[in-house]
Design a protein around this ligand. Structure first.
Ligand code: NAP
Length: 332
């Protein structure tokens, strides 16, 4: 199913924001970047989203100032049919840092149309109606900074809009797990998480979220978050932060490292992994995952892949049992 979102290009976003807010009760639900002048402002009017995009020189009327942005299930498949139907592809597809795949096309009359696909919509298309025992974890917090990289952070008053957008895209009344991801591109930054976590705790109280998690945090930030509401999981960079892991074990909090396969880079201890993998007739990735899962009862593995064979291989790693000898060889 497609959703059509009009997008208006404007040289003066504030004037249009005020117009649509005061006249139609529009609410801001999304902004890129989080701080400073917005490039993209998402407004919600009733059941509709309206985008306001800053375009310093939007032309004198001959250039389009209103675009249709159409959400589709598969941008690439859609693009493949554009030219046969008399349209043209202007640019893309491109993966944007805010989790959308976007292409720009023209219809046969030359009208500009953005074609977009969101990861959550893909999940809904593939998995809904959702099985009872499926748990979908989502993440709010990071927004693209001025350079387009996800270095900006959502402010407390932006979090409700982000959670509601995930509810709509997944087609659910309640999100199973929402992680508050804090900090920039590097490790935990140590800033206070209380105000933002309290907003999510409020949404949980309202029944929009079942469990809360925190991501990219240090031990003090975990203590702070737990003083606001229960924390079900911690999603941190894969590293030997044994103190934080011990904290999670003691509190029964799931520890969910990201980049657990090194983000696809060659593992540092490849020779040890290869030796054990050969002995077990397994792959290096499977041994990495089994080793991770063996390291703690609260450890969860979220290997990322766009390859179906790798997905099956990674799922099968659950059944790989490492002996004491394997563990000794791996740990060196
Ligand atoms: N909270 C945060 O700030 C944060 C930050 C980054 C990532 N994450 C999340 O953490 C998870 C993992 O992150 P990630 O995907 O970037 O890193 P990752 O899981 O460490 O590595 C993924 C890479 O490993 C490759 N791979 C996966 N399975 C493989 C296999 N069986 N054999 C060989 N190569 C394999 C993938 O390539 P193929 O596609 O070819 O399989 C991909 O290049 C994701 O769910 C991601 O969304 C969270």
């Amino acid at each position: 199913m497609s959703t059509i979102q009009p997008v208006i290009l404007t040289a003066d976003q504030d004037v249009l924001r005020r117009f649509y807010t005061d006249l139609f009760g529009a609410e801001e639900i999304f902004r890129v970047p989080a701080e400073g002048p917005a490039f993209y402002l998402g407004l919600r009017i009733g059941d509709t989203d309206l985008g306001l995009v800053t375009e310093p020189d939007p032309g004198d009327g001959a250039a389009p100032r209103i675009l249709l942005s159409i959400g589709v299930d598969d941008v690439d498949e859609t693009l493949g049919r554009v030219e046969a139907l008399g349209g043209s592809v202007s640019s893309g597809p491109k993966d944007m840092p805010w989790g959308q795949r976007v292409a720009h096309i023209r219809d046969p009359d030359g009208n500009a149309v953005n074609v977009t696909q969101a990861a959550n919509e893909l999940i809904r298309e593939a998995l809904a109606p959702y099985p009872e025992d499926l748990v979908i974890a989502t993440k709010v917090g990071p927004l693209p900074g001025p350079d387009g990289m996800p270095s900006g952070q959502a402010t407390p008053d932006q979090l409700r809009g982000l959670v509601e957008a995930d509810l709509r895209a997944l087609g659910v009344d309640r999100l199973d797990v929402v992680n508050l991801r804090v900090g920039g591109m590097s490790g935990p930054g140590g800033e206070s998480v209380a105000e933002r976590f309290a907003v999510l705790a409020g949404l949980r109280q309202e029944g929009l979220i079942r469990h809360l998690g925190v991501s990219n945090i240090d031990a003090a930030q975990l203590v702070e978050a737990r003083s606001v509401a229960p924390v079900a999981c911690v999603q941190n960079p894969y590293a030997d932060d044994l103190a934080l892991l011990a904290e999670c074990e003691a509190a029964g909090i799931a520890y969910v490292p990201f980049f657990l396969l090194g983000g696809g880079r060659e593992p540092l201890d490849a020779r040890r992994l290869e030796k054990v993998a050969a002995r077990l007739d397994a792959t290096v990735a499977q041994v990495q995952l089994a080793l991770l899962l063996a390291s703690s009862p609260v450890m969860l593995a979220i290997p990322g892949t766009g390859n179906l064979a790798h997905l099956e291989e990674n799922m099968a790693a659950r059944d790989l049992t490492l002996t004491d000898d394997d563990l000794a060889d791996l740990r060196g």
